[in-house]
Design a protein around this ligand. Structure first.
Ligand SMILES: Nc1ncnc2c1ncn2[C@@H]1O[C@H](COP(=O)(O)OP(=O)(O)OP(=O)(O)O)[C@@H](O)[C@H]1O
Ligand SMILES: [Mg+2]
Length: 567
């Protein structure tokens, strides 16, 4: 501000100086070439007209005329700088304090020449006017600057308010982003640097959201795979801490439902230490190939474990994966197969041993006795028949199991089929003093079945009922239509009930196993091989029906067969 003032003043002094100089010329032209009071008066008149001080100085410095007072009273002006300058260069200027008018004055002097005469005309103006002027201008400038700054401040305030709001919006946005909340759309509000930031942040949020969505899909896919797997999967770190295990693994390891298992050492989770041991060995041995161990899991299951080391992209092992297979059923089937072979051999050997024994006896002296020979031959006949039946049953069963038996399905009336069967078994029931009865509910539809197979089923069931019912007992065969649940195909239900010895509850699930007999000795005595119900079950299943047996020990047994009705 002071600089502006000084410059302003200097500029004004400059212009004023030039003007004063011009005035000095004019004044010089107008003044007579005189001195003393005459010139003083002329000077004074011009000075009032122009509003300046006029002095005329001789070449020797003597004042010839003066507008403010009498020239005689003034001292010699030879030392005034403007005078000396004008005398030398023709023109001169200076700003000084004047004792004559007691003020700071601006002097402009001009050297006037006429023939051989020389004088210096000097015009002066108090600088107070200039200073006042400058002060006023300065006031204006200050006011202007103040106004401008005020305006600037206002604008800055408004702008910074807008800026602050946008910044706050950005902060809120990034906070939501960091918290993982769904972020709203963020676009650039204006095309400035902040707008660029907004646009980039918005794009970043969109990218993050899509990445998260992709990861979630990936994760859900993995979860679904693990959930859908029939095998148990356990992943541990190298130190044996479980990091992942699926529901099936939890089930196989018999973990309580509420126990997640993650983050716990495998040794604690598995009952069988062999599992954790396998993981440990795999983790310790860098080159370990997949291995199998079989262990007793919870609830009496047999589990086969495949283990492998997990490696990162750099080939460094970072964990162990164990895949658990439930091989309980496999093991059971192996046992069943072994038992079957043993059973078959045993069942075949019993009649064969008898036949061979009696045949040898017949070949000896005992064979000569006709009566004994007849008796022995009858036994041989009985045993060979049993052998033949056994082989027939085995063939039937294996054909059924292999699906080689083709069923000739046709509508079969249940009533006549039951009558046929009872006819066939009439002699046997009469022999064991067991009474048989039938009851066919009116309106029972025919079944869609292979007639011969249906008779085979009924013969086996009624034969069992007669066999395992003491004398004086009763066997009832009943049939009725069974329209089970709505929407299901209509069925016919056949019940074979007896008042016999019954079957212990724990043996019920095993009845349809091959060679299974509750009382082996008794059954064999009665000529049974334990294949009857196995055949029944296979035939019923091949027809798309169902078999159910319930029994009370000492009271009786009820076998229920359901077969599809012929529409
Ligand atoms: N009605 C029943 N009452 C009591 N026990 C029965 C009855 N039906 C079957 N069982 C028991 O179930 C076992 C298996 O029956 P299944 O018909 O398969 O064999 P089986 O009658 O002994 O011999 P097969 O029928 O081959 O001549 C029988 O040995 C018997 O112990
Ligand atoms: Mg039987």
């Amino acid at each position: 501000l002071p600089v502006v003032g000084v410059m302003l003043e200097r500029h004004q002094v400059e212009t004023l100086g030039t003007r004063l100089l011009a005035e000095a010329h004019a004044v010089g032209e107008a003044l007579p070439w005189a001195s003393g009071p005459t010139l003083d008066v002329a000077c004074a008149r011009l000075a009032t007209d122009l509003g300046v001080r006029v002095t005329v100085i001789g070449p020797d410095g003597k004042v010839l005329g003066e507008s403010t007072r009498s020239s005689e009273s003034l001292e010699d002006h030879a030392d005034r700088p403007e005078f000396r300058e004008a005398l030398g260069d023709g023109e001169g200027r200076s700003v000084r304090w004047s004792d004559t008018v007691r003020d700071r004055l601006l002097y402009a002097a001009w050297r006037q020449t006429r023939a051989n005469e020389v004088r210096v005309v000097r015009v002066a103006l108090p600088l107070t006017a200039v200073t006042a002027n400058a002060a006023q201008v300065r006031q204006f400038v200050i006011l202007g600057i103040l106004l401008a700054s005020l305006l600037g401040l206002g604008v800055a305030f408004v702008l910074s308010r807008a800026m602050l709001r946008r910044l706050q919006r950005l902060i809120a946005f990034s906070e939501r982003l960091a918290a993982g909340e769904p972020t709203p759309y963020l676009g650039p509000e204006r095309a400035d640097e902040l707008g660029l930031l907004e646009a980039q942040l918005g794009a970043m949020a969109a990218r993050v959201a899509s990445t998260i969505a992709e990861l979630r899909i990936e994760h859900e896919r993995l979860e679904a795979i693990l959930r859908g797997m029939n095998e148990g999967v356990v992943v541990t770190q190298l130190d044996g801490t479980v990091v992942l295990l699926n529901a099936r693994a939890r089930e196989l390891l018999a973990l309580p439902r509420e126990q997640d298992g993650r983050g716990r050492p495998l040794v604690e989770l598995a009952r069988d230490p062999a599992l954790a041991e396998l993981a440990r060995v795999l983790a310790a041995d860098d080159v370990a190939a997949p291995r199998d161990v079989t262990l007793e899991g919870g609830n009496g299951r047999t589990i086969q474990v495949n283990g492998a080391v997990l490696r990162g992209l750099d080939g460094e092992p970072f964990g162990v994966v164990l895949v658990l297979h439930d091989v309980t059923e496999l093991r059971r089937l192996e046992v069943v197969r072994r038992d079957f072979v043993a059973n078959v051999s045993h069942e075949l050997r019993t009649p064969l041993t008898a036949i061979k024994g009696y045949a040898e006896t017949l070949l000896g002296p005992a064979g000569d006795d006709r009566e004994t020979a007849r008796r022995f031959l009858a036994v041989i006949d009985r045993h060979s028949e049993r052998l033949g039946r056994l082989i027939d049953d085995l063939l039937t069963l294996s054909n059924l199991e292999l699906g080689r038996t083709s069923l000739r399905l046709a509508p079969v009336l249940v009533g006549p089929a039951i009558d046929d069967v009872l006819q066939i078994l009439a002699a046997r029931s009469a022999q064991s003093h067991v009474e048989c009865s039938t009851a066919i509910a009116p309106g029972t539809p025919p079944v869609l079945a292979d007639g011969d197979r249906l008779r085979q089923v009924l013969i086996n069931l009624v034969d069992n009922a007669i066999k395992y019912t003491p004398a004086g007992g009763h066997v009832a065969v009943r049939a009725a239509s069974a329209n089970g649940r709505p929407g299901r195909a209509p069925q016919v239900e056949i019940l074979v009930e007896d008042t016999g010895i019954g079957i212990p509850a724990q043996d019920l699930p095993r009845l349809t196993e091959r060679f299974f007999r509750v009382d082996k000795a008794r059954s064999r005595e009665l000529g049974g091989t334990g294949l009857g119900l196995a055949i029944v079950k296979h035939i019923v299943q091949a027809h798309g029906g169902s078999l159910a047996i319930d029994s009370t020990l000492g009271t009786g047994t009820r076998v229920r067969v359901r077969l599809p009705a012929a529409s």
